[in-house]
Design a protein around this ligand. Structure first.
Ligand code: OGA
Ligand code: MN
Length: 286
């Protein structure tokens, strides 16, 4: 196995491993170590199917079930695509586009759940040959480290309210049934957290932040936006340019990501598995 850094601050490409096959304990340990170190891992040429993707994903932890209306055959595999049930490109006013557009604001997956996700694994099943639809990544660990000490101290102890209904509503209602929204009430997490795998401190902000406890709503949103912008300055962003059969694994505990474009003329299909977090988000000791 070979691991090569992709960007000075985030991401590495891993070669010499076949994720469609069961991995040995030592191969998996190497991947987990690289994941903790680089936060985003890219594996090229992985023509993986859903069952194999689930098998690989489960090595990290249990998986989140897809609760959304977009659920497919396998309850653990989210089909992200710009086509309808008949395989035709979505109309520009299609409700399903809302789910794709939600991804275009910087966020971290499932931050609105009481236990946010550890990792997401996205497999590029059908990638446009001419239209680009990169996924951008930025490190909240690097963002935290670059803050002046005084600012870091001031942020410690702040609690953010993350709410899926909030971020969804910014885009449109997506036709999500009320019962489903009711099953995803707001969750509160510290905005400075400790990474369970490395003990490192990072910011924990997301487009799903609706407010910050104890602050006027507008001010809280402003602060969240400012911190997200701080982490995602262009020189700190790794933009992943997709190739067919790329598999990208990212650490939701310490990275932000966003979709850049939703292709209009060509089909893009990607399948995502989401690895559960290990427990409530830990704030650093005060
Ligand atoms: C996701 C996501 C971005 C993209 O799968 O969680 O945000 O470019 N995807 O598809
Ligand atoms: Mn996402």
């Amino acid at each position: 196995m070979n691991i090569k850094q992709l960007h000075p601050h985030i991401g590495a490409v891993v070669s010499g491993v076949d994720l469609t096959q069961p991995l040995s304990g030592s191969d998996f340990a190497q991947i987990r170590e690289a994941f903790n170190r680089h936060s985003v891992l890219v594996f090229r040429n992985q023509a993986i199917d859903d069952d194999q993707q689930v098998q690989f994903s489960r090595r990290f932890n249990d998986l989140e079930k897809i609760t959304f209306s977009v659920a497919a055959e396998n309850p653990y595999v989210y089909h992200l695509s710009n086509v309808d049930e008949n395989g035709r490109l979505l109309a520009s006013d299609s409700k399903k586009r809302v789910f794709l557009k939600v991804n275009s604001r910087w966020h971290t997956d499932s931050s609105f759940k009481p236990v946010p996700a550890m990792a997401s694994i996205l497999s590029g099943r059908e990638i446009p040959s001419t239209e680009r639809a990169d996924t951008d990544f930025a490190s909240m660990r690097v963002g935290y480290a670059r803050l002046p000490q005084q600012r870091r101290d001031a942020l410690r102890g702040l609690i953010a309210v993350h709410h899926y209904g909030y971020s969804l509503n910014l885009i449109g209602d997506g036709g999500v049934p009320q019962a489903e929204l009711d099953s995803l009430p707001p969750s509160q997490h510290p905005i400075v957290r400790v990474h369970p795998g490395t003990g490192e401190t990072s910011l924990f902000v997301s487009g799903h932040i609706e407010s910050i406890v104890g602050m006027p709503v507008d001010e809280g949103r402003q602060l969240a936006t400012e911190l997200i912008e701080w982490c995602t300055q262009p020189e700190y962003v790794y933009s992943h340019r997709w190739e067919q059969d790329d598999l990208v694994l990212w650490d939701n505990r310490c990275t932000l990501h966003r979709a850049t474009v939703i292709p209009e003329r060509e089909i893009r299909r990607a399948h995502r598995t989401t690895v559960k977090g290990e427990g409530a988000v830990d704030a650093p000791p005060s």
